[in-house]
Design a protein around this ligand. Structure first.
Ligand code: FAS
Ligand code: PHB
Length: 404
């Protein structure tokens, strides 16, 4: 058994773990990341594409923003189309100047991995049997097996950045955990292609055939999504079938701009809202998808992970720079306030933008629920105040500071 020490043990080398590790290192707070799979595997997961300003500021503070600033595209608005009729949500005007940046999660993760390795910071990939120990004590630890060797990582704090299927959340005893969950009766079929986007801004499109989203990664790389039944399998969807259905769900002008091509990646993701309360237990903190999941309709998943990272980073900085340990009790409350806002917005956008058909939802059934949601969407996209509500949430609510 080999024993190693650090101040903060980070479980998971996804965006949450890597961003937290980079920020802590800038404050001279030692940290070691323990990741279950290889770095290549992490980079193979095509996920988010829209970064809130708060996320962008954090990446700049971490000193990892060069490529994002050079290649990321600022988006000042996006479109919501209902049965082919488009409304532009002018985020910049409606929020007094705020916008979002279109830059892929894979790119951010790549940049953070490169920064971590060039700084010579320790990451144990392909770590097996990760176990969190004594998290309620002043000397928690993480044990795992790496290259056949058993390792005990002694630390002061553990950041559980290990995603929805990780082990950290289970460290909170079931009787102390409250889990809120809503599983949606459909999924998103995503496709990535080396083709130019159909429009300069994102298009969220609701049609009688179902929801579609036209997004992008660059001027030459597009990301598209289609709402599909949960029973669909990826083998049910050839590229041609995807393109033909997408064309039917986009507004006419966008459909006319559609350039098709071979899929680089194609996958079906289930949609769920999930929140675990509390987000901390003793000296263990849950960060990002380890604590919460949103349906991607509001582009909040990665962005909520970033605000968790920001709060934990402020707390760790105060603990080690000012010796104030009392602030660690603030983490869960502050993180959850913003998480619930992001969860509600994502749930609301999902309910408004998708066809539930005869699938029941809430206390309302089928047609009645559909009609309520049609009316809700029509109000919020036709009134200035309604559009402002959407814009304020989409660019991201402000990050909360620690209490003094
Ligand atoms: P992650 O899940 O990214 O990373 C957790 C890491 O922990 C993984 O590398 C995993 O291998 C590791 N791990 C797990 N168990 C472990 C263990 N026992 N020991 C060690 N390591 C362990 N968000 C958006 O904003 N927009 C989108 O369009 C969008 N699309 C998505 C599509 C899909 C299919 C999925 C699954 C998510 C999507 N998301 C989207 C959300 C996604 O971007 C997450 O919010 C983001 O990956 C969160 O990052 P992390 O919290 O780092 O979790
Ligand atoms: C994406 O580009 O992957 C993306 C953008 C916005 C969303 C969801 C996904 O709401």
């Amino acid at each position: 058994m080999k024993t190693i020490k650090t101040k903060v043990a980070i479980i998971g080398a996804g965006p949450s773990g890597l961003l937290l590790g980079q920020l802590l290192s800038k404050q001279g707070i030692s940290n070691i990341i323990v990741e279950r799979v290889t770095g290549e595997y992490v980079l193979g997961r095509i996920r988010a594409g829209i970064l809130e300003q708060g996320f962008v500021d954090l990446v700049r503070e971490a000193g990892v923003a060069d490529r994002m600033d050079a290649e990321g595209e600022v988006h000042e608005g996006f479109e919501i189309a209902v049965d082919g009729v488009s409304t532009r949500i002018d985020m910049k005007k409606l929020t007094g100047g705020d916008a979002v940046v279109c830059y892929g999660q894979v790119d951010i993760t790549e940049d953070l991995m490169a920064a971590r390795s060039s700084a010579g910071l320790e990451t144990y990939y392909e770590a097996d049997g990760v176990e969190l120990k004594n998290v309620k004590s002043e000397s928690p630890s993480v044990s795992f097996v790496h290259n056949g060797e058993k390792i005990e990582l002694e630390c002061d704090y553990i950041a559980g950045c290990d995603g929805f299927h990780g082990v950290s959340r289970q460290t909170i005893p079931a009787e102390l955990r409250t889990e809120h969950e809503r599983v949606y009766p459909f999924g998103w079929l995503g496709l990535l292609s080396e083709t130019p986007p159909v429009s300069e801004e994102l298009i969220y499109s609701k049609t009688k055939r179902g929801f579609a989203l036209a997004s992008m990664r660059s001027e030459t790389r597009s990301r598209y999504y289609l709402q599909v039944p949960l029973t669909d399998k990826i083998e049910d969807w050839s590229d041609d079938a995807f393109w033909s259905e997408l064309k039917k769900r986009l507004p006419v002008k966008a459909a006319a701009n559609l350039v098709t091509g071979p899929s680089i990646e194609k996958s079906i993701a289930p949609l769920r809202s999930f929140i675990c309360e509390p987000m901390q237990y003793g000296n263990m903190f849950l960060v990002g998808d380890a604590a919460h999941i949103v349906p991607p309709t509001g582009a909040k998943g990665l962005n909520l992970a970033a605000s968790d990272v920001a709060t934990l980073y402020k707390i760790m900085t105060r603990v080690y720079k000012e010796g104030d340990k009392s602030c660690i009790d603030q983490y869960s409350e502050i993180a959850l306030r913003r998480v619930w806002h992001g969860e509600r917005f994502s749930w609301w956008m999902t309910n408004m933008m998708h066809n539930f058909g005869d699938m029941s939802s809430h206390e309302l059934e089928g047609e009645t629920f559909e009609r309520f949601m049609e009316s809700e969407l029509s109000y919020f996209t036709s009134s200035e105040n309604g559009k402002r509500v959407i814009a304020e949430q989409y660019v991201g609510l402000p990050y909360e500071e620690l209490a003094p």
